[in-house]
Design a protein around this ligand. Structure first.
Ligand code: PHE
Ligand code: CO
Length: 296
Protein backbone atom coordinates (compact mmCIF):
# COMPACT_ATOMS: atom_id res chain seq x y z
CA UNK A 1 0.00 0.00 0.00
CA UNK A 2 1.15 3.56 -0.74
CA UNK A 3 2.44 5.72 2.05
CA UNK A 4 -0.41 8.02 3.09
CA UNK A 5 0.05 11.66 2.19
CA UNK A 6 0.48 14.45 4.68
CA UNK A 7 -2.18 16.92 3.56
CA UNK A 8 -1.58 20.31 5.19
CA UNK A 9 -2.93 23.82 4.72
CA UNK A 10 -1.38 25.52 1.70
CA UNK A 11 0.21 28.95 1.73
CA UNK A 12 -1.27 31.14 -1.02
CA UNK A 13 -1.39 34.88 -1.74
CA UNK A 14 -4.51 34.91 0.46
CA UNK A 15 -2.67 33.34 3.42
CA UNK A 16 -3.13 29.73 4.53
CA UNK A 17 -6.09 27.95 2.99
CA UNK A 18 -7.39 24.56 4.07
CA UNK A 19 -7.03 21.60 1.70
CA UNK A 20 -9.64 18.84 1.87
CA UNK A 21 -9.10 15.13 1.32
CA UNK A 22 -11.49 12.16 1.54
CA UNK A 23 -9.01 9.28 1.64
CA UNK A 24 -9.06 6.77 4.49
CA UNK A 25 -5.64 5.35 5.24
CA UNK A 26 -3.96 2.70 7.34
CA UNK A 27 -1.92 4.25 10.16
CA UNK A 28 1.71 3.80 9.03
CA UNK A 29 2.76 3.12 12.60
CA UNK A 30 6.19 1.58 11.91
CA UNK A 31 7.22 4.56 9.84
CA UNK A 32 6.92 7.13 12.64
CA UNK A 33 10.38 8.51 13.43
CA UNK A 34 11.82 8.81 16.92
CA UNK A 35 11.36 12.57 16.61
CA UNK A 36 7.64 12.02 15.98
CA UNK A 37 7.27 9.69 18.98
CA UNK A 38 9.14 12.30 21.02
CA UNK A 39 6.72 15.03 19.89
CA UNK A 40 3.85 12.87 21.11
CA UNK A 41 5.66 12.23 24.41
CA UNK A 42 6.34 15.92 24.99
CA UNK A 43 2.75 16.96 24.28
CA UNK A 44 1.21 14.06 26.21
CA UNK A 45 3.36 14.62 29.29
CA UNK A 46 2.82 18.36 29.30
CA UNK A 47 -0.98 18.16 29.00
CA UNK A 48 -1.35 15.33 31.52
CA UNK A 49 0.57 17.43 34.05
CA UNK A 50 -1.50 20.54 33.35
CA UNK A 51 -5.02 19.12 33.06
CA UNK A 52 -5.75 17.66 36.53
CA UNK A 53 -8.20 20.07 38.16
CA UNK A 54 -8.79 21.67 34.75
CA UNK A 55 -10.18 18.96 32.44
CA UNK A 56 -13.40 17.15 33.40
CA UNK A 57 -13.36 13.74 35.12
CA UNK A 58 -14.93 12.08 32.07
CA UNK A 59 -11.89 13.05 29.99
CA UNK A 60 -9.52 11.36 32.46
CA UNK A 61 -11.72 8.27 32.75
CA UNK A 62 -11.64 7.85 28.96
CA UNK A 63 -7.91 8.49 28.79
CA UNK A 64 -7.20 5.92 31.52
CA UNK A 65 -9.41 3.22 29.97
CA UNK A 66 -7.88 3.75 26.52
CA UNK A 67 -4.41 3.23 27.99
CA UNK A 68 -2.73 6.05 26.08
CA UNK A 69 0.71 6.92 27.45
CA UNK A 70 3.72 9.06 26.67
CA UNK A 71 5.78 6.01 25.68
CA UNK A 72 4.82 6.03 21.99
CA UNK A 73 2.23 7.26 19.53
CA UNK A 74 -0.72 4.95 20.20
CA UNK A 75 -1.68 2.38 17.59
CA UNK A 76 -5.14 3.06 16.18
CA UNK A 77 -5.81 -0.71 16.20
CA UNK A 78 -5.17 -0.87 19.97
CA UNK A 79 -7.43 2.12 20.60
CA UNK A 80 -10.18 0.58 18.47
CA UNK A 81 -10.28 -2.68 20.43
CA UNK A 82 -11.18 -0.75 23.57
CA UNK A 83 -13.31 1.99 22.01
CA UNK A 84 -15.43 -0.34 19.89
CA UNK A 85 -16.19 -2.56 22.88
CA UNK A 86 -17.14 0.40 25.07
CA UNK A 87 -19.29 2.66 22.84
CA UNK A 88 -19.29 1.13 19.35
CA UNK A 89 -17.05 3.87 17.91
CA UNK A 90 -13.92 3.31 15.83
CA UNK A 91 -11.24 5.73 14.75
CA UNK A 92 -10.13 5.82 11.10
CA UNK A 93 -6.89 7.26 9.74
CA UNK A 94 -7.19 10.28 7.43
CA UNK A 95 -4.68 12.51 5.62
CA UNK A 96 -6.08 15.88 6.67
CA UNK A 97 -9.35 17.83 6.78
CA UNK A 98 -12.37 16.08 5.29
CA UNK A 99 -15.10 17.64 3.13
CA UNK A 100 -18.09 18.38 5.38
CA UNK A 101 -20.43 15.69 4.09
CA UNK A 102 -17.73 13.01 4.37
CA UNK A 103 -17.06 14.08 7.93
CA UNK A 104 -20.75 14.00 8.88
CA UNK A 105 -21.18 10.58 7.23
CA UNK A 106 -18.34 9.12 9.28
CA UNK A 107 -19.75 10.53 12.53
CA UNK A 108 -23.24 9.28 11.70
CA UNK A 109 -21.69 5.80 11.42
CA UNK A 110 -19.71 6.14 14.66
CA UNK A 111 -16.37 6.54 12.90
CA UNK A 112 -14.10 9.34 14.09
CA UNK A 113 -11.47 10.52 11.59
CA UNK A 114 -8.00 10.93 13.10
CA UNK A 115 -5.17 12.57 11.16
CA UNK A 116 -2.35 9.99 10.87
CA UNK A 117 0.52 12.54 11.00
CA UNK A 118 1.81 14.56 13.95
CA UNK A 119 2.98 18.18 13.95
CA UNK A 120 6.61 19.14 13.46
CA UNK A 121 8.77 20.05 16.49
CA UNK A 122 8.58 23.76 15.61
CA UNK A 123 4.76 23.49 15.82
CA UNK A 124 4.69 22.06 19.36
CA UNK A 125 2.93 25.08 20.84
CA UNK A 126 0.63 25.97 17.98
CA UNK A 127 -0.64 24.46 14.75
CA UNK A 128 -3.58 25.97 12.89
CA UNK A 129 -4.99 22.65 11.68
CA UNK A 130 -5.82 19.34 13.35
CA UNK A 131 -2.99 16.79 13.62
CA UNK A 132 -2.76 13.38 15.34
CA UNK A 133 -2.25 14.89 18.78
CA UNK A 134 -5.32 17.12 18.60
CA UNK A 135 -7.55 14.44 17.08
CA UNK A 136 -6.48 11.50 19.24
CA UNK A 137 -5.66 13.11 22.59
CA UNK A 138 -8.29 15.83 22.27
CA UNK A 139 -11.31 14.02 20.84
CA UNK A 140 -11.11 10.30 21.49
CA UNK A 141 -11.28 10.08 25.33
CA UNK A 142 -14.81 11.54 25.41
CA UNK A 143 -15.94 9.04 22.76
CA UNK A 144 -15.61 6.51 25.62
CA UNK A 145 -18.50 8.28 27.41
CA UNK A 146 -21.80 6.77 26.15
CA UNK A 147 -23.83 10.00 26.21
CA UNK A 148 -21.12 11.96 24.41
CA UNK A 149 -20.63 9.11 21.93
CA UNK A 150 -24.35 9.30 21.14
CA UNK A 151 -24.21 13.10 20.86
CA UNK A 152 -21.43 12.84 18.28
CA UNK A 153 -23.32 10.33 16.17
CA UNK A 154 -26.47 12.48 16.32
CA UNK A 155 -24.39 15.49 15.34
CA UNK A 156 -23.24 13.64 12.20
CA UNK A 157 -26.83 12.83 11.28
CA UNK A 158 -27.78 16.44 12.03
CA UNK A 159 -24.98 17.61 9.73
CA UNK A 160 -26.28 15.57 6.82
CA UNK A 161 -29.70 17.04 7.45
CA UNK A 162 -28.37 20.63 7.72
CA UNK A 163 -26.52 20.16 4.42
CA UNK A 164 -29.89 19.46 2.77
CA UNK A 165 -31.36 22.64 4.30
CA UNK A 166 -28.57 24.84 2.93
CA UNK A 167 -25.61 27.01 3.82
CA UNK A 168 -27.06 29.00 6.70
CA UNK A 169 -28.15 25.88 8.63
CA UNK A 170 -24.70 24.36 8.02
CA UNK A 171 -23.00 27.45 9.42
CA UNK A 172 -25.27 27.41 12.48
CA UNK A 173 -24.61 23.72 13.12
CA UNK A 174 -20.86 24.22 12.70
CA UNK A 175 -20.93 26.93 15.40
CA UNK A 176 -22.54 24.42 17.72
CA UNK A 177 -19.70 21.95 17.11
CA UNK A 178 -17.12 24.66 17.59
CA UNK A 179 -18.50 25.92 20.89
CA UNK A 180 -19.19 22.46 22.35
CA UNK A 181 -17.01 19.66 20.94
CA UNK A 182 -14.01 21.90 20.29
CA UNK A 183 -14.19 24.67 22.92
CA UNK A 184 -16.79 23.66 25.51
CA UNK A 185 -16.56 24.14 29.27
CA UNK A 186 -18.49 22.13 31.89
CA UNK A 187 -19.84 23.53 35.15
CA UNK A 188 -19.19 21.14 38.07
CA UNK A 189 -19.50 21.26 41.85
CA UNK A 190 -15.74 21.82 41.94
CA UNK A 191 -15.75 24.66 39.43
CA UNK A 192 -15.48 25.00 35.66
CA UNK A 193 -13.78 22.18 33.79
CA UNK A 194 -12.67 21.77 30.19
CA UNK A 195 -14.23 19.18 27.88
CA UNK A 196 -13.56 20.79 24.47
CA UNK A 197 -10.88 19.04 22.45
CA UNK A 198 -9.42 22.24 21.02
CA UNK A 199 -8.73 23.33 24.58
CA UNK A 200 -7.45 20.06 26.10
CA UNK A 201 -4.94 19.67 23.28
CA UNK A 202 -3.51 23.19 23.82
CA UNK A 203 -1.36 24.19 26.78
CA UNK A 204 -1.93 27.92 26.45
CA UNK A 205 -5.67 27.71 25.83
CA UNK A 206 -6.15 25.27 28.75
CA UNK A 207 -4.91 28.08 30.99
CA UNK A 208 -6.55 30.93 29.12
CA UNK A 209 -10.03 29.41 28.82
CA UNK A 210 -10.33 28.84 32.58
CA UNK A 211 -8.07 31.40 34.21
CA UNK A 212 -7.79 34.49 32.02
CA UNK A 213 -9.90 37.58 32.77
CA UNK A 214 -10.09 38.37 29.04
CA UNK A 215 -12.73 35.97 27.62
CA UNK A 216 -16.45 35.77 28.30
CA UNK A 217 -17.78 32.61 29.91
CA UNK A 218 -21.49 32.28 29.23
CA UNK A 219 -24.11 29.63 29.98
CA UNK A 220 -24.95 27.38 27.04
CA UNK A 221 -28.09 28.30 25.11
CA UNK A 222 -28.80 26.54 21.83
CA UNK A 223 -29.94 29.41 19.61
CA UNK A 224 -27.46 31.82 21.18
CA UNK A 225 -24.61 29.49 20.25
CA UNK A 226 -25.97 28.84 16.76
CA UNK A 227 -25.88 32.59 16.10
CA UNK A 228 -22.41 33.32 17.49
CA UNK A 229 -19.38 33.80 15.23
CA UNK A 230 -16.04 32.41 16.36
CA UNK A 231 -12.26 32.72 15.95
CA UNK A 232 -10.14 30.13 14.21
CA UNK A 233 -6.79 31.88 14.50
CA UNK A 234 -6.60 32.94 18.16
CA UNK A 235 -8.04 32.05 21.57
CA UNK A 236 -11.83 32.22 21.73
CA UNK A 237 -13.41 35.48 22.93
CA UNK A 238 -16.31 33.53 24.41
CA UNK A 239 -16.59 30.05 25.93
CA UNK A 240 -20.01 28.47 26.50
CA UNK A 241 -20.58 26.50 29.69
CA UNK A 242 -22.83 23.43 29.91
CA UNK A 243 -24.17 22.20 33.28
CA UNK A 244 -23.97 18.55 32.27
CA UNK A 245 -23.64 16.32 29.23
CA UNK A 246 -27.31 15.42 29.77
CA UNK A 247 -28.23 19.09 29.36
CA UNK A 248 -26.24 19.27 26.12
CA UNK A 249 -27.89 16.10 24.84
CA UNK A 250 -31.44 17.22 25.70
CA UNK A 251 -30.89 20.66 24.14
CA UNK A 252 -29.40 19.43 20.87
CA UNK A 253 -30.27 15.82 20.08
CA UNK A 254 -33.94 15.89 21.11
CA UNK A 255 -35.28 18.88 19.15
CA UNK A 256 -35.90 18.80 15.42
CA UNK A 257 -33.71 21.60 14.05
CA UNK A 258 -35.93 22.11 10.97
CA UNK A 259 -38.16 24.74 12.64
CA UNK A 260 -35.13 26.27 14.38
CA UNK A 261 -33.29 26.77 11.08
CA UNK A 262 -36.45 28.33 9.73
CA UNK A 263 -36.80 30.68 12.71
CA UNK A 264 -33.16 31.76 12.54
CA UNK A 265 -33.23 32.37 8.79
CA UNK A 266 -31.80 35.78 7.95
CA UNK A 267 -31.15 36.75 11.57
CA UNK A 268 -27.83 38.54 12.01
CA UNK A 269 -25.07 36.67 13.84
CA UNK A 270 -23.49 38.00 17.05
CA UNK A 271 -19.84 38.98 17.18
CA UNK A 272 -17.62 36.44 18.92
CA UNK A 273 -17.02 38.70 21.93
CA UNK A 274 -20.51 40.17 22.36
CA UNK A 275 -22.42 39.75 25.66
CA UNK A 276 -26.22 39.74 25.27
CA UNK A 277 -28.89 40.90 27.74
CA UNK A 278 -30.29 37.42 28.32
CA UNK A 279 -26.92 35.74 28.78
CA UNK A 280 -26.17 33.80 31.93
CA UNK A 281 -22.78 35.34 32.58
CA UNK A 282 -20.14 33.36 34.49
CA UNK A 283 -17.54 35.94 33.56
CA UNK A 284 -17.80 39.10 31.49
CA UNK A 285 -14.47 39.24 29.69
CA UNK A 286 -12.19 42.25 29.97
CA UNK A 287 -11.51 41.90 26.24
CA UNK A 288 -7.80 42.40 26.78
CA UNK A 289 -5.75 41.41 23.77
CA UNK A 290 -8.72 40.88 21.46
CA UNK A 291 -8.25 41.46 17.75
CA UNK A 292 -11.04 43.61 16.34
CA UNK A 293 -11.70 41.85 13.06
CA UNK A 294 -11.52 38.29 11.83
CA UNK A 295 -14.53 36.55 13.43
CA UNK A 296 -15.80 33.86 11.08
N1 PHE B 1 -31.43 17.35 16.65
C1 PHE B 1 -30.73 17.95 15.55
C2 PHE B 1 -31.62 18.01 14.27
O1 PHE B 1 -32.77 17.66 14.29
C3 PHE B 1 -29.44 17.20 15.22
C4 PHE B 1 -28.33 17.41 16.20
C5 PHE B 1 -27.92 16.42 17.08
C6 PHE B 1 -27.64 18.59 16.23
C7 PHE B 1 -26.87 16.60 17.94
C8 PHE B 1 -26.58 18.80 17.09
C9 PHE B 1 -26.18 17.80 17.95
O2 PHE B 1 -31.17 18.42 13.25
CO1 CO C 1 -11.05 18.95 16.52
Amino acid sequence: MDQPRRVEHQMTDKGYVPVYTSAIVEQPWSSYSSVEHQTWATLFTRQMALLPGRACDEFFDGMRDLGMSERAIPKFSDINQILLAKTGWTIIGVEGLLPEVDFFTHLANRRFPVTWWIRKPEQIDYISEPDLFHDLFGHVPLLMLPIFADYMQAYGEGGLKAARYGNEPLTELTRLYWYTVEFGLLNTANGLRIYGSGIVSSKSESLYSLESAAPNRIGFDLKRVMCTRYRIDTFQKTYFVIDSFEQLFRATVDPDFGPIYYELKGSPAFAAGEVRDNDRVFQRGSGEGWLQDGDV
